[in-house]
Every structure is written in structure tokens, then in C-alpha cells.
Design a binder for this molecule. Sequence first.
Ligand code: DGY
Length: 418
Amino acid sequence: RQKLIDQAEQVLRRNDRGSYTVPTHGLYPFQWNWDSALSALGFKHFDEARAWTEVDTLFAHQWDDGMVPHIIFHERDEGYFPGPDVWSTGRPVPTSGITQPPVAGFAIRRMVDEARDVDLALSRARDLLPKAHAWHEWFYRTRDPQGTGLVAIIHPWESGRDNSVDWDAALDRVSTEGVQPFQRRDITHANPDHRPTHAQYERYIKLVQTFRELDWDTSKLHDGSPFQVVDPGFNAILIRSCEDLADLAERLDQPEIAAASRAMALRGVAALESLWSDDLGQYLCYDRKIGAPILSPSVGGLIPAFAAIPEHRAAGIARRIEELGKSCEYLIPSHDPTAPDYDGRRYWRGPAWLIVNYMIADGLTRAGQPEIVARIMEDSLRLIERSGFAEYYDPITAEPCGGAHFTWTAAMVLEILD
Ligand code: DGY
């Protein structure tokens, strides 16, 4: 146990670039949004000041409209595609022009709750609170123009679950006309069988080109995007961060932020209900472009346990995870292993991810589901013991997949063990 803790710390230190952390050397050489927020949770176990710096750096690159970008290109690195020239967002320090799951609000609150240096935590949180809140407001303003209570992602990369089966049909409808030839870099760092396909990459790039043609005006991108999907997992992360900011704002005596955050969270939880499927026993994504649910049994429909959903829904998710446990060795597969498009090694089409296990387990603990939480945690540690700090794992064979020495995997190990 102590050995695993020491190794996890080493992974974080190795990927530390001073004021931000790379997810892993080579494959991801910059700062990624949700990686950073979750990695800060790891740093807090041995260096609280460094943990706060991670989140501060992320918000230092927030756009004026409130968006926090998904990648910050702090230094040049030719080993990644698409780099800053492809994005061309015109930011002083280059960033991408889309966002990622807003888990930072949750992370900030947790860092305050567990702080040893409470003064430091409260002063940093006081500074970050309006910034995180502005990001949440940006979401509901620009990604929910009809006021449904649910926000849409406009690019699979925003979901964090890049190549999930969830996006297949919606992404197929994105034309590849006018996509400039490009050379991928990811498959020089990782096994191509673990990564998205070329056909998917062409569409990822087409979407980037589309948004670039709209001059990265984030008030226009939602309506201008050929891809608009409501992801229950993404929404749940946003809702959870709104709930956490509401609590934190109360503690910091900021009643306006507290009330606004609470209201967004409550609306979000109520709206999530429309995504529940009795047939599949989980939440489903919704394709806003064609106005239809996406019948895909992925882990995106289980992540809502992370938000304050009704108790019977949390119990439903616990049952669904138990069911998934019958067709794999290690919970939680990112796609149902019995479904036709399941692929146990291909990124978000089957592999288990420790950050997902952590978020779902956290929510199910709050919801009073200790048995399934114990199994999820046990499986997570067995994966680490067998296969090290990988980016993700085959949920049947435990094969380590994607990048190695992965920052947020190590951070989650510290959260679980320390
Ligand atoms: C990648 O390059 O694979 C990232 O997930 C996109 O942000």
C-alpha cells in the first residue's frame, strides 16, 4: 500500500511542469482541463499549495466569456496534433476553443473540505469561486439556448469520452468535405488499436474547422455546429460542480453565487430525468440535431450518480453496474461488454477508467450504496496492482492501454489509498 502511494506520487512529480501537469509525457504534452482538476486532488495529499496552483493555472486561461478551454498549449510541442496552429483561437497563450467536463468546481470544494492549511484553501477558493461560477453560467447561456436545463456538447472531445459509441451516429452525419490532409501524432505514442479511428479523426478535425470559420465566437458555436449531443454524464458533472459551488459560496458568504448555483443544479437534476431509460436501466444521451435519444449502453449514462439524482435512480445505477460486473472482471467498463460495438481496448468503447470509477463511487457513497462502491474500489486497486498507472484498462483482461505513467490515474490512487 505505501509502495503504491509512493509510486503514485512519483508519477505526479514526473508529469509536473511547475505550474501545471501534463496528463502523460509524449501523448498529451500540454495542460488538459479535466485532467488538471482531478490531478489537483492527487497533489493535495502531499503538496496543497501545488494542488491549488494547478487549478489557478487552469483558470488563468479562462476566456472573457467564461469558457475554460480544454487544452492550454503552454509550450510548443510538435508531438501533438491538432496543435495551436490548427485551432487558431488567437489567445495570448494558445488554447483550444472547446471545453471539457467542468469537474473543477467539485475539485475546489473537495480541496477546501479536506484542507490541512485551511487559510490557504479559503483564500484560494474565494478567488476561484466567481471564475468557476462564470464558467457554469457560460454553459447554460451558450449550450442550452432553448433553456431545457441540459447543456449540449458540440464536439466529442468536449465529453472527455472522445470515441464513445454514443457519438457514432451523430458523428457519421458530420461531413468530411474540405478537411485538409493531416498527420496524427497520437498513434506514434500509443497503440493505434487503443485509439480512435482515422474516420473519427477526420470528423473531429472537420468540427474544429467549422468552429474556426465562426471565429471562435462561443455564442455562435452551438447553433452553428452539426454535432449537438446532450450527454447525461457531462451534465451530471456540471450539476455536481454547481451543487458544490453553492455549498462553498454559502460558507464563503457569497449568497448570490450560492443561490444562482443552487438554482442551476436543481434545474439540471430535474431535466436529467428526461434522459432516463427504463429499458436500459440507465440514462441515455440525446441527439439534439435530430431530436432523438441515443440507444447506447455506455458509462455516460451511469456518471449521473455523481450528482444529487433521486435515490431510486442511484439505486438503479447500482443495479446496472452489478449487472455489468457479470460480463467483466474489473468494473466499470465504459461500454456494456455484451453490446455489439464493445471494444475492450479502444479508449472509451469498453475500457475501465479510474477517474470514472472514482466519480461514480463518490456519488453512490453519498446515495447509500456501499456494497457496489466496495466492489468498484476493490477492482480499481486490483487494476493498479496488476497493470500500473495506465491511462485505461481492458475490463476483462486488465491489459494496460493508452498512455503509461498517467497523472490522473495516479491522483485517483492517492484519493483511494491515502
Ligand atoms: C486527444 O487528443 O486524444 C484528446 O483527448 C483530445 O483532447
